[in-house]
Design a protein around this ligand. Structure first.
Ligand SMILES: [Zn+2]
Ligand SMILES: [Zn+2]
Length: 361
């Protein structure tokens, strides 16, 4: 069966064999008055899709379809939509699909921090019990507030990873007032770290890329980094860059091997460090209290509707090109994507394409 009766996606049908997702058909969430139906044309693969598929984040429901860097075409607009999207528009959906839209956080444009009614795009359940299914399927249905118009200048393959990876890097850089005259340290060069280098550079900052080994040096310099630190190779950098960073963004996927005391000694008095990761709580973060004196430590998650538009403007104005590989959507393609993202074998982001071939028109 096809949309609108049922939709099709590549689902985790067997939790024990999540690396081999299978085609399944399922219902979209119950249609709301402000919901927009979107025919998916591409979707990025994020590290948290893989964590989710493997059941590491939230308990998985049956036939769960992940994917939350969605680009698609609007095929239906709910009767009470007021945000202005029209049938045929190209739009994006990120990791968040609903918030209460009336609490203090939501009213202040911080809906990503709403604690009342947040529903994520994948592996989440709506208040009425219907399931949130993601972008590795033919269609998604999302509240208009979380449907982001994509400027026509942005290429679809390049735009998809902006919807989660991009906004996750952009929001803290924006709130950290990164710009000309500031020095930014980007720690952890993977999918999000590589975007953070591109963004911080485009925002006018001096960028220091920090990774454990020297293996990513060439890539980081190509991405625009001004300096590179291989933090596990030698000690010279500790003196050379001491007290030089205004804003440090932690994009590492694992904290277990990081030497935070040395890293934080690079931050200026009054400077800030912000983590976008959810620390793995199975071990203790070892930080000497002295290394934090005079600096601020914070966390950031996703971004707001307003920040999405500012990010798209930045990408458009500076013609920012992410490093994106593509794979065809389908059982085989998604298996390969999961396996490669799990092994950190992607440079540096992956977008699933060819939706028409898999799901038809
Ligand atoms: Zn709220
Ligand atoms: Zn994500």
């Amino acid at each position: 069966m096809t949309y609108p009766a049922k939709v099709e996606g590549i689902a985790i049908t067997d939790k024990k064999d999540w690396l081999h997702p299978k085609k399944a058909s399922y219902d979209l969430k119950t249609a709301g008055d402000r919901d927009v139906d979107i025919k998916v044309i591409a979707c990025g693969v994020c590290g948290s899709d893989v964590h989710c598929a493997a059941g590491r984040h939230l308990p998985l429901f049956e036939d769960c379809v992940v994917g939350h860097e969605i680009i698609g075409e609007v095929v239906k607009v709910g009767p009470k939509c007021t945000a202005g999207v029209k049938v045929g528009d190209r739009v994006g959906v990120g990791a968040q699909s609903l918030s209460c839209l009336e609490c203090e956080s939501c009213i202040a444009g911080n809906e990503q921090y709403c604690k009342k009614n947040t529903v994520y795009t994948i592996a989440s359940i709506y208040p009425d019990g219907s399931k949130a299914q993601g972008g590795f399927g033919s269609h998604v249905r999302t509240h208009e507030y979380f449907v982001h118009p994509i400027p026509k200048e942005l290429d679809t393959v390049n735009a998809a990873p902006l919807l989660c990876g991009g906004i996750t890097a952009f929001s803290p850089l924006l709130r950290g007032q990164v710009g000309p005259g500031k020095t930014v340290g980007i720690v952890g060069i993977g999918g999000i770290g590589h975007i953070a280098i591109l963004f911080a550079k485009a925002m006018g900052a001096k960028v220091i890329a920090i990774s454990r080994s020297a293996s990513k040096k060439e890539d980081c310099l190509k991405l625009g980094a001004d300096e590179y630190i291989a933090s596990a190779e030698g000690d010279d950098w500790k003196q050379k860059f001491a007290g030089s960073i205004d804003f440090m963004l932690l994009c590492n996927s694992s904290f277990s091997k990081s030497n935070f005391d040395s890293l934080f000694s690079l931050i200026k008095l009054g400077g800030e460090v912000c983590s976008i990761g959810i620390p793995d709580m199975s071990y203790r973060l070892s930080i000497s209290p002295l290394s934090l004196l005079g600096i601020k430590f914070g966390f950031s998650a996703l971004g707001s509707r307003n920040e999405f538009q500012k990010m798209f403007e930045l990408v458009k104005k500076n013609n920012i090109k992410l490093w994106v590989e593509t794979l065809p959507i389908g059982e085989k393609g998604l298996h390969e994507a999961f396996e490669r993202v799990e092994n950190g074998d992607v440079k540096y982001r992956c977008t699933m394409v060819d939706y028409d071939k898999e799901f038809g028109n």
